[in-house]
Design a binder for this molecule. Structure first.
Ligand code: PHE
Length: 470
């Protein structure tokens, strides 16, 4: 039987830990490049819209399951299923979340490894015009990549092994303030040195003329929803695990709104740190790499190179910011599986973390190899194992788990959900939340899941096919 998990020893711990989790590479590495790949403004507006309408309700559902179930993701779901006279197989939602979290840990740590590596590269100074080659070379070095990745994995496992108070809470108290100061400093510098108006315009004006087919619009909607869920750390058991440590006096709705707001704020700030600087130095999406990892690992180092000696300070600061954000998120990615092993198999935290450490290392090696030795091992439209892991966790599993939790809380836990735990006093608001979980989010999430997977796995454009019938 699962044992009762411990509790945060104060009321800010959940807020710090969940914000540290949410604000990560997804905000600073992912959000700006996805905005760029999807044409800027419209993506950003859709992103904000979906954070509010879908992300926030499902976020609360996940925290609620944890808080009410008071255990690791699997046991929490199972015990609530029993309580609501539903099948225990709902536990599969928890298992799928844990699986997703481990796969994410495998590829996330590799990007974080690049970040640390680039902190040193940019401190040494990059010669103008060479950033592109440096980035190409960095990806070919299997052993260097392994070194940086392992450093990151060991560091985050060390924190997690120390427990939720002495490890996670203590680390977050130190990391989060630093993260906010750094991000504001970077925005300030971008505004001072770069072209702030061009950055603002790029991020917030919806250039609809770029999108002329329903298929294209569906693709941006899909990217925006996927990014919103990933950035909010939904669907990987993290929020259930952290929610299970919440003191009973803390309310799910209030705590969730703080975290969701902070996460969205930092994503927008990251865009405002990157684009004004890039535009101010004469970079643009037509001629320079603004999409994928190249935005942060090629275009930004080139921008720092152009700043000369100053770039040797601003560059490392930027990568330090990314590293701090990645580190606090990685800790949270490890927690669901460690909590699961300790509670389900009565293991010590040390032993559980040791096992997860080995799993992460193995998965990260596959992801590293995807950049070099297994670069050409493709799967459908997915170019290599790194892309495959990213796709399977972020696009395939995440939306499934999100839907699962939404349906579970909306349909099965109606009699378990209480205003007291949620901290919602208005009946209308409560009904609205349940309505979204019951209907809106499952329908939306499953539609984009089907459309997206049909395209990536079978190269089928379902929207175009349906439209061609008329
Ligand atoms: N939200 C984190 C980010 O934006 C990633 C993450 C996903 C962390 C899932 C925990 C769980 O980078």
């Amino acid at each position: 039987m699962a044992s009762q998990s411990s509790q945060w020893n104060n009321n800010t711990a959940f807020l710090l830990a969940a914000t540290g989790s949410a604000v990560g590479l997804g905000n600073i590495w992912g959000f700006p490049y996805k905005a760029a790949e999807n044409g800027g403004g419209l993506f950003v507006l859709l992103y904000i819209f979906f954070v509010i309408t879908l992300g926030f309700p499902v976020f609360m559902a996940e925290v609620f399951i944890g808080k009410k179930g008071k255990s690791n993701p699997v046991s929490s779901v199972e015990s609530l299923a029993i309580k609501s006279k539903s099948s225990k197989s709902w536990g599969i939602v928890g298992y799928a979340g844990i699986l997703a979290s481990l796969i994410i840990a495998g590829y996330y740590s590799v990007i974080a490894g690049f970040v640390i590596d680039y902190g040193f590269i940019s401190a040494q100074g990059v010669t103008e015009g060479t950033a592109k080659d440096i980035w190409a070379t960095q990806q070919t070095t299997f052993w260097d990549m392994t070194f940086w990745t392992l450093l990151f994995i060991f560091g985050s496992c060390y924190v997690v092994a120390n427990g939720i108070d002495a490890g996670i809470d203590k680390a977050m108290r130190f990391l989060l303030p630093m993260l906010f100061v750094l991000v504001i400093a970077m925005v300030g510098y971008g505004a001072y040195q770069g072209d702030f108006n061009a950055g603002l315009d790029y991020l917030f004006s919806a250039k609809t003329e770029k999108f002329n087919s329903p298929g294209e619009v569906a693709a941006i909607v899909q990217a925006a929803i996927g990014q919103a869920f990933f950035s909010l750390s939904i669907g990987m058991g993290t929020l259930m695990a952290f929610g299970s440590y919440m003191p009973s006096s803390q309310k799910v709705s209030k705590a969730s709104s703080v975290v969701v707001t902070a996460d969205t704020g930092v994503a927008l700030l990251a865009g405002l740190a990157i684009f004004p600087l890039a535009f101010g130095l004469g970079f643009n999406p037509e001629e320079n790499a603004f999409g994928g990892s190249a935005l942060v690992f090629e275009t930004m180092p080139e921008a720092f190179a152009q700043l000369g000696a100053l770039g040797q300070i601003i560059g490392p600061l930027f990568f330090f910011l990314l590293a701090v954000a990645a580190f606090s998120s990685m800790i949270s990615i490890l927690e669901p599986s460690v909590a699961f092993l300790t509670q389900k198999f009565s293991m010590t935290r040390m032993k559980a973390t040791g096992i997860i450490l080995l799993v992460c290392i193995s998965l990260s090696l596959v992801s590293i190899a995807g950049h070099n030795v297994w670069k050409d091992v493709s799967l459908g439209a997915l170019d290599n194992p790194f892309e495959f892991m990213k796709y399977f966790a972020d696009d395939f599993l995440l939306l499934l788990v999100g839907t699962g939790m939404s349906v579970f809380v909306g349909w099965r836990l109606q009699n378990v959900v209480d205003k007291q735990t949620m901290g919602i006093t208005s009946t209308a608001f409560m009904s609205l939340w349940i309505f979204v979980l019951k209907w809106i989010s499952p329908v939306f999430l499953m539609t984009i899941w089907v459309l997206g997977n049909a395209k990536v796995l079978f190269e089928a454009d379902l929207i175009a096919q349906v439209l061609s019938l008329f």
